[in-house]
Design a protein around this ligand. Structure first.
Ligand code: SAH
Length: 511
């Protein structure tokens, strides 16, 4: 072994077929730690956000007809970076070895004495099948499957493809890189004796929001794709399984698949909401139109903390509030024990969940998650006369809650612990999507979010984009109405989860 092997290491990592979250756990762990990430054109750019902020990111667009040059460049990069002792994550679409030239790169590394590991990935054929209702080895139809490159087919006298064998093959044939040669491939198979009626399917952009499928026969699939304007990257399935089975087509029963949903909370709130949207196979677009400003360095807050044990009830009205409160406590070198015997009321389940994260159980949560219901519920269940209540919440919150509690005889102290400020955000990509009518939903979780958003995006422009509007609850809906915006849905449960469920239900019904 030469000295190189002691230095850097290359991980050839399969990035999966398209969706960011179809990479393996091993692949993601390596991506998170690598010094340098070299990625292919087919790799979803969304994966790069998992790289270390200081990682060097290098794109290797494959230039048609000039591939050897590109490969040489990549090899040179391997040498350079390995020499510097770097950990290199070489991200390749799908699986590194399936038509991915991964083997060539691995051989180069082995010969150069550079340490490497190969992390397999979900290859396109497997994922396109599962996402299009095609089970490539469904034992009722196919006991064999074969992966073929469609790239080298045309014009070459001497190809590695045995057309006679393929034409006789009774299992599932999957062509990669075949869209440029689709007509040629189907003609060749028919010429060699395959029935023109054999089922054929093409799945483009598999697993991505833009996934499209065409189903036809060997004789008609090329025209069908032309009509439906389906092009690369796509896979061609040929054989009885390509017909697909509607019962396997779970994707068409996933109402939010591929829908773009804009979220307009602060960055922290968006980061919590986005994975829930992605979890429904929709695409979150995060626009942090506001930001949180911590107000816990105020003298009012410091004073109230000193006497917090004297309160009977403490009311918290948002997960943000809980977080700001506990980080302030930590700064004061205190913890949840400052609350002593005081009871704690939360406006809703998410605030209570955040509270339980810090080890405290909410004593009261109203059935409906609005400040009015919180007041009503407390008034109905306890005698508030003479009770000391402390409201720790946003400076922007409405007055109804303290007023109702005071009317019921409580002494109410209201100490704002945070506020929201407008945050100017980069709206370029969003505006382009909206202009092209590619935004399905705009969501608003508070009146302030609505204000901040529409201060940055004109109402008339939004109207031309045809996006539907979802509002978390009546107060936000009222603000939107005041701004001249028509609300399409408002969930019965005024939480972010409720909002997403309502959008899902709407899409399910209109599908
Ligand atoms: N190593 C990759 C394949 C690289 S070859 C893998 O294992 O998947 C590139 C070909 O893969 C494309 O021409 C196309 O046929 C197929 N492909 C890759 N991603 C795809 C996707 N999301 N949808 C459909 N086909 C895809």
């Amino acid at each position: 072994m030469n000295e190189m092997s002691k230095k850097g290491k290359v991980y050839l990592v399969g990035a999966g077929p398209g969706r960011v979250d179809l990479i393996t756990v091993r692949g993601l762990e390596l991506l998170k730690t690598g010094d340098c990430v070299i990625y292919d054109k087919l790799v979803n750019a969304g994966l790069l956000k998992y790289a270390r902020p200081d990682a060097e990111l290098i794109a290797t667009p494959k230039r048609a007809g000039d591939e050897s040059f590109t490969q040489q460049q990549i090899n040179k990069l391997f040498l350079e970076k390995a020499k510097e002792g770097k950990t290199i994550v070489r991200l390749k679409g799908g699986d590194p070895y399936i038509f991915g030239r991964g083997a060539e790169e691995a051989v180069f590394l082995a010969e150069a004495g550079i340490d490497f590991e190969v992390v397999p990935g979900v290859t396109a054929a497997i994922s396109a099948g599962t996402y299009a209702g095609i089970a490539i080895t469904d034992r009722n139809f196919a006991s064999e499957a074969i992966f073929v490159t469609g790239h080298e087919a045309e014009g070459k006298q001497q190809t590695g493809i045995d057309w006679q064998l393929l034409a006789r093959f009774s299992g599932t044939i999957v062509f990669y890189m075949g869209m440029g040669n689709l007509k040629f491939i189907t003609t060749r198979l028919i010429e060699n004796g395959m029935s023109a009626d054999t089922s054929a399917a093409v799945v483009a952009d598999a697993t991505l929001p833009t996934q499209r499928t065409a189903k036809a026969t060997l004789a008609t699939i090329a025209d069908r794709c032309e009509k439906q304007k389906i092009g690369a990257p796509a896979l061609i399935f040929i054989g009885p399984t390509a017909r697909g089975d509607a019962r396997l087509d779970w994707l068409s029963r996933t109402p939010l698949f591929g829908k773009t949903i804009v979220i307009t909370r602060d960055a922290h709130g968006n980061a919590a909401f986005a994975p829930k949207i992605a979890g429904k196979l929709a695409v979150p677009i995060e626009l942090p139109v506001s930001k949180i400003k911590d107000l816990t360095d105020s003298s009012a807050f410091i004073e109230v903390m000193a006497e917090i044990h004297s309160y009977n009830w403490i009311i918290l009205t948002s997960p943000n509030g809980v977080e700001v409160l506990f980080s302030a406590l930590a700064k004061l070198n205190k913890d949840a024990r400052v609350f002593g015997q005081a009871k704690i009321a939360c406006i809703g389940s998410q605030t209570a969940a955040k509270l339980s994260y810090f080890g405290l159980k909410a004593d009261f949560i109203p059935a409906e998650f609005t400040s009015k219901d919180l007041a009503k519920g407390l008034i109905e269940s306890i005698n508030l006369k003479g009770q000391k209540i402390l409201l720790l919440r946003s400076q922007l919150a409405a007055d109804d809650l303290p007023q109702l509690l005071a009317q019921a005889g409580a002494t109410v102290a209201h100490v704002p612990i945070y506020t929201h400020e407008k945050n100017i955000c980069d709206l370029k990509a969003f505006s382009e999507m909206l202009a092209e009518k590619h935004v399905d939903w705009l969501t608003f979780g508070s009146p302030f979010a609505a204000t901040c958003f529409f201060e940055q995006v004109p109402v008339d422009f939004v109207k031309t984009g045809n996006a539907k509007i979802a509002s978390i609850g009546p107060v936000t809906s009222k603000k939107l109405a005041d701004l001249g915006v028509k609300v399409d849905i408002e969930p019965a449960e005024h939480t972010i989860d409720g909002l997403l469920s309502a959008i899902e239900e709407y899409e399910r019904q209109t599908k």
